[in-house]
Write a protein that binds this ligand. Structure first.
Ligand code: PLP
Length: 414
């Protein structure tokens, strides 16, 4: 099925229309095709489908609910194609494995999601891929580039330091080097706060579990490919006769990501979860606008409170990343802030409304102590490099009334 891309329309309008068929008598919404396989009435039709892949055969290969979600994510990110996968972790792994092979090198900024650092430190090296994590500056990334560097990786807003990647500078560095730039845009809200492809990124990944699904109810992930990317210096695409680039042309990258993540590795998103995420996307702009405004209110209040030792939020003029934030973010500075309190255990035990859970982008405000939980498996130096200290609290702001959140924080501080 082809979906109208609504190219003239704004984010909010695309979010509710892309993927919904416009047809008499057909339901208004994205239907959930909760099936493993699709039937054929003749042997010819079956043989035809297995040769062309034009419609559907088996849900690991094709599923209409996933296609509708993928079209919606592509439209929101301004991408050429999207592959939906079972989780953000599956998406990151697929994006990296999509462009790297044994002997290749990837440079990533160090202030990334703990699971991403885990893939870079522990999983890719098992496959003969070299990895380097560096400080989140173009200069540090440039210094780490090697002859065999094929991928540069960063997050729009780093987790949990809330540092901002200079996407344009990283893209220029990567491209001069014949490499691609991949950006984990989870905190960028599927293009609502930031569209990395517009700033030169080649690949954008998401944990759709977070602001996309938006209600803390399912896991999901995606990789979106931009329209312009140069694969001519990536051995994965250029080696072999005939090579993948010659075979697939402009579609080579998207094709390989789908083949790898879904067809071969089977990290498929379930149709039910795809339906839930597609619904979540319909209210993402409303939620993130409200959550960003509340986060700014809370960040200001915490910064003014002497019981709080440090507040990191890109929307605060005191943030070292405020200038980059203004350059790359629009519609708000995101829903996450990190702050330091003298006694985290005591603080967390006093909260009555805000809950402690390792998630982001929920409708409910959630806090976590990254030092002992999300980043607890990283070596101490890596934790500090990611902006995590024993006193840090990460808070993902939900849609509750700001006054109730402020009252809860003040009660727990006193
Ligand atoms: C949560 C998260 C991931 C991993 O996503 P899952 O859906 O939990 O697998 C990756 N990157 C970022 C920035 C995240 O916040």
């Amino acid at each position: 099925m082809q979906f109208d891309a609504y190219e003239e329309q704004a984010f909010e309008s695309r979010a509710v229309h892309v993927g919904v068929p416009r047809e008499s008598g057909v339901g208004v919404g994205i239907p959930v095709h909760q099936v493993a396989a699709f039937q054929f009435d003749t042997l010819d039709a079956a043989a035809q489908e297995f040769q062309t892949g034009a419609t559907h055969s088996y849900s690991r290969i094709q599923n209409p609910t996933l296609r509708a979600l993928e079209a919606r994510v592509s439209a929101l990110e301004g991408g050429a194609a999207t592959v939906a996968l079972a989780s953000g972790q599956a998406a990151t792994f697929t994006a990296m494995l999509g462009v790297l092979r044994a002997g290749d090198h990837v440079v990533s900024t160090g202030s990334v999601f703990g699971g991403t650092a885990g893939l870079l430190n522990n999983v890719l090296p098992l496959m003969g891929v070299q990895t380097t994590l560096v400080e989140n500056t173009p200069a540090a990334v440039r210094a780490a580039l090697r002859e065999n560097t094929r991928l540069v990786w960063a997050e729009t807003i780093g987790n949990p330091a809330a540092d901002i990647a200079d996407i344009r500078a990283l893209a220029d560095l990567a491209h001069e080097h014949g490499a691609l730039l991949g950006i984990d845009n989870t905190w960028g809200g599927v293009g609502y706060l930031c569209r990395p492809l517009e700033h030169g990124a080649d690949l954008v990944t998401h944990s759709l579990t977070k602001w996309a699904a938006g209600h803390g109810s399912v896991l999901g992930g995606s990789v979106t490919v931009g329209a312009a990317h140069d694969l001519t210096r990536l051995p994965v695409f250029t080696d072999g006769e005939p090579n993948l680039l010659a075979q697939r042309g402009a579609d080579a990258l998207a094709w390989r990501l789908r083949w790898l993540g879904a067809h071969q590795l089977g990290m498929n998103l379930a149709p039910h979860a795809a339906g839930v995420i597609a619904l979540g996307l319909e209210t993402l702009a409303l939620r993130l606008e409200r959550e960003s405004a509340t986060a700014l209110t809370l960040a200001r209040a915490l910064e003014a409170d002497e019981r709080v030792t440090r507040v990191s939020y890109p929307g605060l003029p005191s943030s070292a990343h405020h200038t980059l934030a203004k350059q790359y973010l629009r519609g708000g500075y995101g829903a996450v802030l990190t702050f330091e309190v003298p006694d985290p255990a005591r603080f967390l035990s006093q909260l009555q409304l805000i809950r402690m859970a390792p998630n982001l982008g929920d409708t409910r405000t959630l806090v976590i102590h990254p030092w002992t939980t999300t980043h607890g498996r990283l070596p101490e130096a890596a934790r500090r490099a990611a902006g995590v200290t024993p006193h840090s609290i990460r808070m993902s702001v939900g849609v509750e009334h700001p006054q109730d959140l402020l009252a809860d924080l003040q009660r727990a501080l006193s």
